[in-house]
Design a protein around this ligand. Structure first.
Ligand code: TRP
Length: 359
């Protein structure tokens, strides 16, 4: 029988072990001289962000921003169209995303929040970049393959197939050296690195090769044991109420062994719950599991629910306050877009110079 898990690419396929080692070294360098680095990361505005996003990347972005890294945060509105025909309620989702960012501590005075569609020069980079990758390479991308397997579209769109190249433009337009992401994004990082290398060797040095920065807890499973994802209905939203949170955790999949342990390989569902509690409590997951021991899944779920609701209470309160000032949200985006355009225009000029396409 095929299950959802079969389609999830494994660690080696994604290159996780090497990326983890490299991330540790990058962390050392960031701590030495944070001002040397520009980081770019982003999200598709398809609704509210969830706890997987938070511990996978949001938390890390805020940390980097606070250390003094130049943070670019992209609201990837064009990327929404990869797995659906129409971007429903887009403006609302964009605002929701910005609200989530601000609630978790992204600070518009120190970070740039912007959208794809407002930065024409970024999008123009897609054309020369597409010429640098083969159709066969695009077809091998494990994350895209996984998304195609889960897509509800009747046909695979050209954008689904090529969006990793567009994502390379997201990263390269601002010459970001660091890309803080979860491990499912590693294949896309490889595309961006390949595009940078090939562009430079074909036309001359313009782009630095970006590197992934994996955070400590990149993979939380959804409440059904599959990859946490809004569209699979298995994700706890950042902005969920305490009751909604409790309900979702109560319904989460566990296993038949009453004794709670932390063993992500043998017991992925139980371990993911343990990990979630441990992250919120800033504790070691083995210890958290050990304390619950033989009290079973119900006790585990009670611990997780309290931990999540306590941790997110201030973030949820801040979000509710910010939601009252939509004009502020729009201002944050307008300023971010203006700055992103200035950067993108400069880069496109360099690209056209390198391609001898200045007329
Ligand atoms: N693909 C990312 C996601 O689905 C979002 C994204 C778009 C992104 N452009 C990016 C992430 C550039 C990192 C860098 O979550």
């Amino acid at each position: 029988m095929t299950t959802i898990l079969d389609a999830v690419p494994d660690d080696d396929e994604l290159g996780v072990p090497a990326a983890r080692l490299r991330s540790a070294e990058l962390e050392r360098q960031i701590h030495e001289r944070p001002g040397r680095f520009r980081a770019l990361t982003g999200d598709r505005p398809t609704g509210r962000l969830h706890l997987g996003h938070y511990f996978g990347t949001l938390h890390n972005r805020v940390r980097l921003q606070n250390l003094g890294v130049d943070m670019m945060v992209l609201v990837a509105d064009y990327q929404v169209l990869t797995d659906r025909d129409v971007a429903d309620r887009l403006a609302e989702h964009v605002e929701d995303l910005v609200l989530d960012y601000l609630a978790v501590g992204v600070d518009p005075d120190r970070a740039t929040v912007f959208t794809h569609s407002a930065v024409p020069a970024l999008n123009q980079l897609l054309l020369p970049f597409l010429s640098l990758v083969s159709v066969a390479e695009l077809g091998r991308n494990p994350t895209v393959k996984d998304e195609i397997a889960h897509s509800t579209q009747s046909a695979v769109s050209g954008l689904m197939f090529t969006y990793p190249v567009h994502q390379a433009a997201d990263i390269l337009f601002c010459k970001a050296g660091l890309v803080p992401v979860g491990q499912d994004q590693l294949p896309h990082l490889e595309v961006a690195r390949t595009v940078a290398r090939r562009f430079n060797s074909r036309y001359g040095p313009v782009f630095p090769e970006p590197e992934a920065l994996l955070s400590a807890a990149p993979l939380l499973l959804g409440t059904d044991g599959g990859k946490m994802s809004k569209s699979r209905g298995n994700a706890i939203a950042l902005a969920a109420t305490a009751d909604e949170t409790a309900r979702m955790i109560r319904g989460a999949k566990t296993d038949a062994d009453r004794h709670i342990t932390y063993d992500p390989v043998a017991r992925p569902e139980v371990s993911s719950l343990v990990l979630l509690a441990a992250l919120c409590l800033d504790r070691d997951p083995h210890e958290v599991a050990g304390e619950i021991g033989g009290r079973g899944a119900a006790a585990l779920k009670a611990v997780v629910t309290d931990a999540v609701n306590d941790y997110f209470a201030p973030i949820r309160a801040r979000r509710a306050g910010l939601a009252l000032d939509r004009a502020h949200i729009r201002r944050v985006l307008r300023d971010g877009n203006e700055w992103a355009n200035a950067i993108a225009d400069d880069t496109l000029k360099e690209v056209r110079e390198a391609m001898k396409a200045l007329y």
